[in-house]
Design a protein around this ligand. Sequence first.
Ligand code: PRX
Length: 643
Amino acid sequence: MTGAVYPVPPEVAARARIDRAEYDHRVASAAANPESYWMAEGQCLDWITPYTRAKATSFDEGDFGIRWFADGTLNVSANCLDRHLATRGDQVAILWEGDEPGETRRITYRELHAEVCRFANVLKGRGVRRGDRVALYLPMIVEAAVAMLACTRIGAIHTIVFGGFSPDSLADRLRDCDVRLVVTADEGCRGGKRVPLKANVDRAVANCPGVSDVIVVRRTGGAVTMVEGRDRWWDVEMATAAPDCAPEAMGAEDPLFILYTSGSTGKPKGVVHTTGGYLVWVTTTFRDVFDHRDGDIFWCTADVGWVTGHSYVVYGPLANGATTVMFDGVPNYPDHGRFWKTIDLLGVTIFYTAPTAIRALMREGEDWVTASSRASLRLLGSVGEPINPEAWEWYHRVVGDRRCPIVDTWWQTETGGMLIAPLPGATDLKPGSATKPLPGVLPEIVDAEGQVLSGACEGNLVIADSWPGQMRTLWGDHDRFFQTYFTTYPGKYFTGDGCRRDEDGYYWITGRVDDVINVSGHRMGTAEVESALVLHPKVAEAAVVGMPHDVKGQGIYAYVTLNAGEAASDELRQTLRAWVRTEIGPIATPDAIQFAPGLPKTRSGKIMRRILRKIAEGDTSSLGDISTLADPSVVESLVAERQ
Ligand code: PRX
């Protein structure tokens, strides 16, 4: 069915905030007068001090800088909470659904406001000040949103570490940005299993002298060790904290959060987002791409440990006064009908998930879906990786009963929010395409030399000018920020993605063109997995590439060379898989490990990844030119031994 086009349903266009004419108008006004366009967009927020200028940005080396609404001041929690109290104080802000069905919690805007103020006071009481870093290592519980918003209330910078990361990965992040206080829970629950969050924090913090305080939410009641003077219970601290706390006036360019993400080299990098531009971006993109209206129940299934959770579970929805679902479970527990039953249970109107989840559930058959009504749904969304047309069609036909448009949204941790995505009332859909740029976003496709291509073409995706939600720097390494994103194609932001544009101007993301792989919508640097593998005493060398995977999109394929005298075995393969899980976390577990006597290298010693990728893909007929290899015979044995 590739090539299908789904026109905007007339009833959707009629009710939508933005129809085709309005989209065209916005694109044209953003192009004609960017400053006045962005000046107006910034008005979606309440500012303490109004800004007098919107855009002050340059991607050029000489005067490089990215500043938006820079002389304005505002407070994120006031925009997400206080400004809604008069009109929707009793509306549910967060609808929480636990890992076990039946475990639910509803918290109104008024209640959330009081909780956030209380926790802001708890943080202040522990000596946390404006600009200090606070780490959250939490399950998907209401307290995660409370802690995020409490940080923003007092101007502390949060850094959320996904609960699936190992103690070592957590410690790396805590040290990199010099975290003072960690918020965690006794244990997390995932698919009926327990995750020892507090125990992991204990192991991580043992190597982080800068952490003076740990606050522990009681989630399961499981036994934990509390360290005298350092550890405190959330409920005990909250019981005596005052429910009011004045919001701090933050500069638009003050850092809001740091979120670590994988790059093609070295350790994860701390992506820094700032206060004003980020909040404008997630507020407007949430409103427009999901065409949000009063009464919607919005469910984004992402974890707050990833950028999608930041932007579209917490900040975007709450800034719009929406009701947002937080789900602490997994799609296949207690059974494969969990998503669809929960949609009925909560009356979800907009559902936003990742292709990997759709593919996994698609395999289980339609009955799990059709056992639910899903009558409340009106819009579906996809994020995190390319969605194959087959999964798109299934999502549309089976989950959405052919009624619900699908917004396939392309963006990145670095972009803060969506950049290429359909607007349900304006954009005809093509399965597998993220469609067109949002107004004011200027994508370009360039060839390897940086030549801008026109019309229908394929190449690398860059963005020619800044948008408010763009990351501002890498924590502690502004130079690396510039080098990573602005030197491949000088004067443009390089996304790291390959992309095709068709004759209708639709964008089709083809996947990463760097050494980053996308496993189940989670970003993983091949270099990170390699570093973990070579830490094992039996491993001499490792090279990691992506391989196609039916459900995960990409799997992790590792070539491992053992030290002299070490024997390859299935047992060692299992040991190395377990090793990587412990070093980084379960999401980094290699799907395949091939023991290789040697790796294909050029005469200067550079590993030829292109060849390793082809072998991992099973595409050994077109390995290309291998004559430049130091020892071309290596390739033959690699092909013969393919896993
Ligand atoms: O390759 C693109 C892919 O995910 C990468 C960004 O990953 P991350 O920073 O973890 O953010 C994920 C959530 C926004 C991109 O470089 N990607 C994300 N969304 C899509 C996508 N690829 C194709 N289509 C998408 N809708």
